[in-house]
Write a protein that binds this ligand. Structure first.
Ligand code: CP
Length: 328
């Protein structure tokens, strides 16, 4: 497991004898899960586990992280903020475009270029696909994509993988059902594409109108990811180790499309009677009505632990991207 060279609370190693290993994320951008290698994912998860054991450090002392949220967020923004503060860093930024000069017509290009002169790293969420890539093209500091339209949400995938490893003690030999909005769900797009690195078989369940985009199906086939499509929750629940529920992205659907499908897949305690004993339910959240609140009290529910894990994973990312030294 990687530990952080420069942090006292992690320094049980002998300073002389432990080998230095390469920091695979230093000064890089994280725009898409497809940009990462298996070794990078493993390094991030490994450092995140260290932070879960010892969350409080000052490793980002004097670093300024710009949190640029042009689209609504609770978990991603606040977990990045908590991660930054726990590392001793400082936060600048905004939670919506209200009050910014974009209201006067300033371009994303100019906004990002200017912020890159104020901070050490940019975390950006934007409703448009490709916005994070544009930010990375113009900024001279690392950029993290915290969600761009229906495209990608790579840090959520890292949180999902960390949580699966934690609750199932492995990332291989697993069956995962993904339920909900396969068309617009960026957490699904990122997660499914990360499965090429692991022996994870996917079962997709979605309304016909919200099935997985063909381009992503093609991508999964090319990468050798095993997947199939199913009509009902009843069909997949007995088969899987992880049930990954998602909401319908009503902000990206039209109103009539949304009304027809909003209650099509609702997970209730009764449906879980057929589940494997070790099944765990994940959800990137926010939840609308797709998980009955009565499920929260069952041992299968893992989505609030998953949300809490976001802090450790984001601490790992910020640290690796801004501090060169990591040791094995
Ligand atoms: N999981 C997630 O992205 O949640 P928020 O939209 O609240 O950030």
């Amino acid at each position: 497991m990687a530990i952080l060279h420069s942090e006292k609370c992690f320094s049980s190693r002998s300073q002389q004898s432990d080998p230095m290993i390469e920091n695979l994320m230093f000064q890089r951008d994280l725009l898409s899960i497809k940009d990462l290698s298996l070794a990078q994912i493993q390094q991030i998860l490994s450092v995140a586990a260290k932070f879960k054991a010892h969350p409080q450090t000052n490793i980002l002392n004097n670093k300024i992280i710009a949190h640029c949220f042009f689209e609504a967020s609770t978990r991603t923004r606040l977990s990045f903020e908590t991660a930054t503060l726990r590392l001793g860093g400082h936060v600048i930024g905004f939670a919506s475009s209200e009050g910014l000069s974009v209201q006067k017509g300033e371009s994303l290009h100019d906004t990002m270029r200017m912020i890159s002169g104020y901070a050490d790293l940019i975390v950006i969420r934007h409703p448009k696909e490709g916005a994070a890539r544009l930010a990375a093209d113009v900024a001279n500091i690392p950029v993290i994509n915290a969600g761009d339209g229906a495209n990608q949400h790579p840090t959520q995938t890292l949180v999902d993988l960390f949580s699966i490893q934690e609750c199932q003690q492995r990332l291989n030999g697993l069956s995962v059902a993904i339920i909900g909005d396969l068309k617009y769900g960026r957490t699904i797009h990122s997660f499914a594409q990360a499965c090429k690195f692991f022996d994870i078989r996917l079962f997709f369940v979605a309304p016909d109108a919200l099935t997985l985009p063909e381009s992503i199906c093609d991508n999964l086939k090319k990468d050798g990811v095993r997947f199939s499509f199913h009509q009902s929750l009843e069909e997949v629940i007995p088969k899987v180790d992880i049930l990954y529920m998602t909401r319908i992205q009503q902000e990206r659907c039209n109103k009539s499309e949304y009304q027809q499908i909003e209650k099509q897949y609702v997970l209730t305690p009764a449906l879980l009677d057929a589940a494997k004993p070790h099944l765990k339910i994940l959800h990137p959240l926010p939840r609308l009505n797709e998980i009955d609140v009565a499920v929260d009290d069952l041992p299968y529910a893992y989505y609030f632990q998953q949300a809490a894990n976001a802090v450790y994973v984001r601490q790992a990312l910020l640290t690796l991207m801004l501090n060169q030294e990591v040791i094995a």
